[in-house]
Each structure stands twice: as C-alpha cells, then as structure tokens.
Design a protein around this ligand. Structure first.
Ligand code: DOR
Ligand code: ZN
Length: 345
C-alpha cells in the first residue's frame, strides 16, 4: 500500500503556548489536524471561562489563512476552581474538558491540585454535566521513583477518584506504561487514553544511552521497551479507548539544552508521517484511522471530521526540517531516528 486516505485526524492533547511561540507552532498543527485539545498550562494558567475565551481569541487571531482547524479549549483545574464557572463555560460550548495536573508534576503545574478532596465539588459537577476530565497521571511524591509515578497514580489517585465519582468521564493522557494500558482496557465506566507519537517510537534508552538526549526528555518520561511495545499494541489494535494526543510541547533549544532542561517533545510537524511508519511496521495501517481520526471523537462525543487527508509513501525519505523558527528562538522537531517515507500529500 502506498496511499492511504483517512478522515482528517484530531490531536486530543496539544500545547500551543502563547505569543510568538503560538504563532510559530499553530500552522504546524493546523496543516494536518481538524481539531486539537489545547492544554491550559500557560503562565499564568487558563483557569476561568474568561481566561479560556481570551486564549481562544488569541489563537484564532493568528490562525493561518484558509486553515481548517478548530481549537478545543480546556481549563486548568485548581483547588479554587468554581463549579458554577465550569458549568457556564461548558454550557456555552467554550470548553471541551478540564485538565488535572497534580501540583508540580510537570511544566507550569505549580497551581495544580495538592489535595484531591478540595476539587470534589468540581468533579461532581463535571460528572453531572458530562464534561470530561483530562488527567496528567503521575504522582509527585519525592519518594516515588520517576519511572513508577504513573502506575502509583493509577492505584492511589485515579482509581479512587473514579470510584468516588462514578459518572465522571476521564481521559488518561499520554499513557506510557503497560500498567496504564491494562487499567484503561479493563476499567468500568467512561474512560479513554491518549498516546503520544514519541512514546510509540522511543524508550528510555533513546533518552539516556550514549549521552543524554534532552530533546527526548518529556513527562511522563519514556519507559522501558516492554512498555513502549504495550503502547504500540494498544494503539495499533484499533481499540476504541486509545487515540492520538501528541502532547507536542514546544520549548526553545536554549530552554531544552540547559542545566535544568524543560520537558517536552515537539512533534506536530511530522506526527502523521511517524504514525504511518509505526502502524505500517505493525502491519496495521488499516487501524491508523481509528487511532488518529475516529476513536477520539467517539470518546468526546463529537462528530468525526468531514474532510480527509491522504498519506503517500515515497521511495525515498523526504526530510522534515530539523527545527522550526519562532520569535522566541528555534524549536527542534522530534527526531524519530528512522527514515520517514510517508508524507501527508
Ligand atoms: O513533556 C511534557 N511537556 N509533559 C507535560 O506534561 C507538559 C509539557 C509542557 O508543557 O511542556
Ligand atoms: Zn501535555
């Protein structure tokens, strides 16, 4: 097979940032994707409906001409989030979900949740109105090893929250372990999981063997190969609970290549080419549309995009740029470490 037409895909987890960075990276996503869930971890974060409306306006103001792309807004859950504000923002169609960051888990998560009991009223309201919760699933306790933080979160935070709030729709984001895959497959109730492009292609050796590779550093951190294989199996199975969320997270090179480098992999530009590579290697190109274009809309209860995109396989790799220029500095593109023959036509 050397041509594959799919319903236009969506990215159910994306960082667009703001200002000059937003302007530089938005076209990279708008080119191939119909919609994306826009993460609210700006500085300061997007916490109220008014913040989300203003952020959406700033995104729409720099939309490339002729783009077929809709940003889906989210709020950043804090211990002060007002259930009434959430309900209003949801009723007006402004927001698609609320994002839970455990405090300190990742980039700009200082205002996240420390005491999960304090957000109970918001979670109850979300269950009542059918608003999904997107979850960064890692505990932050210093005594928990960074490679175990996802598995411990599932057991000590996620499962208790879901049991206490039965109607709550949950998206477990950027799952990185077989533990998460098993939990999501086996759980009762409304749950789905996003998987990133890079976690399908790299394991922790890519990050650490032969020298440290800051451009592969992200959170949750890449795990051992057996976990990557479990993610590939889940994504390429076509299972309805797994869908694409790139977590494309631009940081400038100086911010990545520093003594304390930022977490984030920027993959918006080459994600569809990477996914075609991964799915072809598994002999599962026929499942790519489910993962990238169908399962996400079903989870969020929205229609599939009407437009289509076509992927073409070339005889020779067509290189992607190494970096995207932004007004804040260069942003290095995800290097999958393999030759990419597939391209969006
Ligand atoms: O690697 C990451 N980068 N993980 C996150 O959860 C946040 C993101 C960012 O905002 O840079
Ligand atoms: Zn993210």
């Amino acid at each position: 097979m050397n041509r594959l037409t799919l319903q236009r895909p969506d990215d159910w987890h994306l960082h667009l940032r703001d200002g000059a960075m937003l302007k530089a990276v938005l076209p990279e996503t708008a080119r191939d994707f119909g919609r994306a869930i826009i993460m609210p971890n700006l500085v300061p974060p997007v916490v109220t409906g008014a913040d989300a409306a203003a952020y959406r306006d700033r995104i729409l103001a720099v939309m490339p001409d002729g783009a077929d792309f809709t940003p889906l807004m989210t709020l950043y859950l804090t211990e002060e989030t007002d259930p009434a504000d959430v309900a209003l923002a949801h009723a007006s169609g402004l927001i698609t979900s609320i994002k839970l960051y455990p405090a300190g888990a990742t980039t700009n998560s200082a205002s996240g949740v420390r005491d999960f009991d304090r957000v109970r009223p918001v979670l109850e309201k979300m269950a009542e109105i059918g608003l999904p919760l997107c979850v960064h699933g890692e505990v932050t306790h210093p005594e928990v090893d960074i490679f175990d933080r996802e598995a411990v979160f599932i057991e000590t935070v996620l499962d208790p929250i879901r049991r206490a709030t039965p109607g709550l729709k949950v998206t477990m984001e950027h799952v990185t372990t077989s533990d998460a895959v098993e939990y999501v497959m086996g759980a009762e109730g409304h749950i789905g999981a996003t998987i990133t492009t890079h976690h399908l292609m790299i394991n922790r050796n890519h990050l650490l063997v032969g020298g440290i590779r800051p451009h592969y550093y992200c959170l949750p951190v890449a795990k051992r190969e057996s976990h990557r294989k479990a993610l590939v199996k889940a994504a390429t199975s076509g299972h309805a609970r797994f869908f694409l969320g790139t977590d494309s997270a631009p940081h400038t090179d100086p911010n990545k290549l520093s003594e304390c480098g930022c977490a984030g992999v920027f993959s918006a530009t080459n994600t569809m080419a990477c996914l075609a590579h991964v799915f072809e290697a598994e002999d599962a190109l026929d499942k790519l549309e489910a993962f990238a274009s169908l399962n996400g809309p079903a989870h969020y209860g929205v229609p599939v995009n009407e437009a289509t995109i076509t992927l073409e396989k070339h005889d020779n790799p067509l290189p992607f740029p190494d970096k995207i220029a932004s007004g804040e500095g260069p942003v290095t593109l995800f290097d999958p470490g393999v030759s990419l023959l597939w391209r969006v036509a």
